[in-house]
Write a protein that binds this ligand. Structure first.
Ligand SMILES: [Fe+2]
Length: 359
């Protein structure tokens, strides 16, 4: 049932979900080959939101089981070369995180993942503010020293997904989408609630963590609701200018998302593209850097859109810099790709090498 994210790593096509280990698939035939445990280093589960460090190609990832979070670094052969575990203080659901040059940054929120309740057939994703009485807290792991520093925000909110983070002379800057609540209310947790109440619209925020005082400040980046933030991954961990996301302006029961947005962190401006010819519900925008790129925004955006007239999906290719409504290309698919999963891309040479490694 792994379905949350996918990517080529160490010559394996790996499909991730946070309920277990990733599954390896044949990169050409897509045959399922079984679970992948990084040479035996992982035993139960693995985040779907791994990061690839641009300077090394190493995978930076974690597993969160109950109140325990373990962070890992695997080299490009899939061998775990570093790991460190710490206690989160509560069984927080940690769906995504972010890294900067030297740090791994987690936001621990009232959003709980309660496996014990799931085993009883009850809702297991809860919103329990009693678990974080001082509000949501950033846990910042120094990847060099394994020191963990906590920053209380004083705010009850949860991260959904992160754009990026970078370090400055005085602090840590974290850009992400946050949500006012997520999951079933802890005090009324067996009642089904509709999806827009379970997961209300998220907004893009910036948090600045002051390393001298241990305090945080924050502001909203964009007044346009959205989710699935992405950047040019070559800028992971360092200051970047552009972020992309899918908008959630409309709360229609038929659609998940309704526009493709580009946010300019230097001007504060958000531009939204509507779907051509009635296409809607764009997926997470995956940024593909152009070969020999001249700058951060020199590349393409890949999004999957839904055509309500045919019920089928299309892959759209937009130029990131021009960012015009009319895409460069539309690839019509014979199926509808379900909403809300993540995606990735790989250079043809990387895919070919993974296929060759199977022979
Ligand atoms: Fe996700």
């Amino acid at each position: 049932v792994a379905n949350t994210n996918v990517g080529l790593f160490a010559d394996h096509l790996l499909v991730y979900y946070e309920g277990g280990l990733p599954h390896s698939m044949h990169p050409e035939t897509l045959d399922t080959q079984g679970t992948y445990n990084f040479g035996g280093a992982l035993d139960i589960l693995c985040t779907a939101h791994y990061k690839i460090e641009p300077s090394t190609g190493n995978m930076l990832f974690y597993s969160a089981i109950g109140p325990r979070l373990t962070w890992y670094e695997a080299d490009t052969s899939g061998t775990v070369v570093d790991s460190f575990g710490f206690d989160m203080g509560c069984p927080a659901m940690v769906h995504d995180y972010i890294v900067s040059e030297h740090l791994a940054i987690f936001l621990i929120s009232p959003n709980q993942f309660r496996l014990d309740r799931i085993m009883e057939g009850r809702p297991g994703v809860l919103w329990d503010e009693s678990a974080t009485p001082n509000g949501s807290r950033f846990a910042v792991l120094d990847r060099r020293t394994h020191e963990v520093t906590w920053y209380d925000t004083g705010l009850m909110l949860a991260p959904t997904h992160f754009f990026n983070a970078h370090e400055t002379a005085t602090g840590i800057v974290v850009d992400l989408h946050v949500i006012a609540r997520l999951g079933n209310p802890a005090d009324d947790s067996d009642e089904p609630i509709d999806s827009h109440s379970w997961f209300p619209p998220a907004m893009a925020w910036r948090f600045v963590l002051d390393t001298a005082t241990g305090t945080t400040t924050q502001h909203m980046h964009s007044g346009i609701a959205g989710e699935f933030p992405k950047i040019n991954d070559a800028w992971l961990g360092k200051e970047n200018r552009f972020g992309y996301f899918a908008t959630t302006r409309d709360l229609s029961p038929l659609t998940l998302t309704d526009g493709l947005a580009r946010h300019d962190f230097s001007t504060g401006q958000t531009v939204v593209l509507e779907g051509p010819d009635g296409l809607t519900s764009p997926s997470e925008p995956v940024f593909v850097q152009r070969r020999g790129a001249s700058g951060e925004n020199d590349g393409y955006l890949l999004t999957l859109w839904w055509n309500p007239a045919t019920g089928l999906s299309e892959l759209l290719v937009h130029e990131a810099d021009a960012f015009t409504r009319e895409p460069l290309a539309r690839v019509k698919l014979p199926v509808r790709v379900p909403f809300a999963f993540h995606g990735s891309w790989a250079e043809a040479e990387v895919l070919d090498a993974a296929i060759a490694a199977q022979r």
